[in-house]
Every structure is written in C-alpha cells, then in structure tokens.
Design a protein around this ligand. Structure first.
Ligand SMILES: Nc1ncnc2c1ncn2[C@@H]1O[C@H](COP(=O)(O)OP(=O)(O)OP(=O)(O)O)[C@@H](O)[C@H]1O
Ligand SMILES: [Mg+2]
Length: 287
C-alpha cells in the first residue's frame, strides 16, 4: 500500500479511537476488481477529494465506502437521496427545548454538519436521485473550500481534516438520471464494475466457507455466462449483480439451485425472454 495511505491510517485511527461514535464504524471486506482501483480510491480519499462511485446495482459501492471507513476506523454517516431530501435532512433542524422552566431554540445537527465537525465520512447514496435544487448547498463543502455556512444558524463550519465525502450513483451502461454538471465536477469519479474470476471466487469462499465445490463451481460458471450475456446486451446488466449471485448461492444451500437462481436472479428481470435465458443458462450448469 502507498505510504501516504499507511501514514494516514495511523493518524486517523488514533484520532478516532475511543470516541462516542464507534457504532458508526462499519465493517470492511471490499475486494478490488484489479490491483489498483481500491488503492487509487484510497489515495484520493487521503488527498481529500470527494469520491464518486459509479456502478450497477450490487457491484459493491456501499461495501467499498464502508471498507474505506473501516480501514481508517472512521465513523460514517449515510444519506439516502430521494425527492424528499431537503436542506434540513442534510444539515439539521431547529427545535424548541424546555428545561427547568426555561425555553430556548436548539439546533439538532444533521449528518453533513456532524461529519464535517467530527471528521467523519459522509456517504451519499443515489446522489442523482435528489432534486436538483437540494444539493448545491453542498458545493462549498465538496470543493477545495471544505466549508459551509449553515443557513439555519449562520454558523460557519470548516471541515475537520479527516472529513471525507463518498457518493454513489447507480449507473450502468444504460442511462440513468443524470447528475447536475457542477455537482459532478466536484468529484473524482470511479467506475465500479462487478468483480469476476478469482476475486469473485474468493468472495464466495468468504461468504460461504463450507460451500460444496460443485455448487460453487456451477454458480461461478453461471455468473461468467451471465456476465457475457450482459456484455452482449442479451440480458440486463443487473442479471450479473454480485448481490443477486450471493443470494442465489445462499438459497441454493436449502433448495434446488435452479429455483434459487429463479428467485434471486431471473425474477428480478422485467423481460420474459431474459428470465427464460437465465434459467436456460442455469440448467446447463446445475439441476
Ligand atoms: N467487490 C466486492 N467486494 C466485496 N463484496 C462485494 C463486492 N461486490 C459486491 N459485493 C457484495 O455484494 C453485495 C452488494 O454490494 P453493495 O450493497 O455494496 O452494492 P451496491 O453497489 O451498493 O448496490 P446498490 O447500487 O444496489 O446500492 C454485498 O453483500 C457485498 O458485500
Ligand atoms: Mg448501495
């Protein structure tokens, strides 16, 4: 690992030990699809870049963000974007507090403010799903300024040196809701593919240490087929989702593997002929 990353691990681990946010430190386990992707992302984190992970559903984007936080032993706050996301759910809200006969207005800090002050990670999931007018509030947080003037309190917040933003967008080869240009421009972006080959076999071993070799091999062969079919445009990209594959393997330990594949992979596809193709491919490897 690059020495910059190693130095930063030592520093950040120390900064965050024994703090009250231990429960927000996730578990790691991300497997890099090649020798450099994960390390390049870590370097970008150390260089205080805002990170954008782009990849199809079940490609490990959330796992990757969690693994970064786990590596630095840094708590991570998550935001799920939707049309309902507003400034209050990002920054916090005012509330009336009554104590010992006194009444005053308090501000309950939201995830952005908390993460900036405490030097935690902020994970923004499905960032393209937010309303376009909501996220510009984060522009100064995401660029070199790393600061925010809280519109609700007037407080000027300069981010802690360990603060970092990791966003994810569910973007396959097929078009998804585009992200606003000025927002996208503030991130360094990484395409996160489905892992294959040895990495995938290793992941299956980790998840299912006692799995039968025949089941494992047939599921991995099916995964390779599905991946090829997806590349050729014969099935949707999601047919090759690692999440679906892991689900299929888990179910297959208790029921017929074909039924497991049907429930975990085929039934999620909208197109009847794609469903059929997945089942036909599965039948060439398993009963
Ligand atoms: N490269 C990988 N390394 C480790 N685990 C992986 C990897 N790819 C997928 N997984 C596993 O697959 C499952 C789905 O991963 P995850 O939830 O991170 O996907 P995602 O890209 O965030 O999907 P979505 O866009 O639907 O949120 C998890 O169990 C995760 O551990
Ligand atoms: Mg996710």
């Amino acid at each position: 690992m690059h020495e910059l990353i190693e130095q930063e691990i030592v520093k950040r681990t120390k900064d965050h030990e024994n703090n009250e946010w231990q429960s927000l430190i996730p578990e790691g386990g991300y497997k890099s699809p090649d020798a450099y992707l994960y390390e390049d992302i870590l370097l970008s984190v150390v260089l205080k870049k805002a990170i954008l992970l782009k990849g199809p559903s079940g490609s490990g984007k959330t796992k990757l963000a969690e693994s970064i936080a786990a590596l630095f032993e840094q708590p991570m706050h998550s935001i799920n974007c939707s049309v309902d996301l507003d400034a209050e759910s990002l920054l916090g809200f005012k509330t009336v507090v009554q104590k010992e006969g006194q009444t005053w207005i308090d501000f309950v800090e939201g995830p952005v403010v908390k993460a900036m002050k405490e030097g935690h990670f902020l994970y923004i999931d499905e960032i393209n799903m937010a309303k376009p007018e909501t996220l510009p509030i984060l522009h100064s947080v995401l660029d070199y300024r790393r600061m925010l003037t809280n519109p609700f309190t007037g407080e000027v917040i300069q981010a802690h040196p360990n603060f970092g933003v990791i966003a994810a967008i569910n973007e396959g080869y097929i078009g998804t809701t585009p992200m606003n240009e000025a927002l996208k421009n503030r991130f360094v972006s990484f395409a996160i593919p489905y892992i294959t080959g040895e990495q995938l076999a290793g992941l299956v071993d980790e998840y299912f240490p006692t799995i039968q070799a025949t089941l494992k091999n047939s599921m991995l062969s099916l995964a390779t087929d599905l991946r090829k079919q997806a590349e050729n445009g014969l099935v949707s990209e999601e047919a090759a989702s690692i999440r679906s594959l892991l689900d299929a393997i888990e179910l297959a330990q208790y029921m017929s593997p074909i039924r497991a594949v049907r429930y975990a992979i085929a039934e999620k596809l909208d197109d009847a002929s794609e469903k059929q193709l997945v089942i036909e491919l599965a039948k060439t490897w398993m009963e």
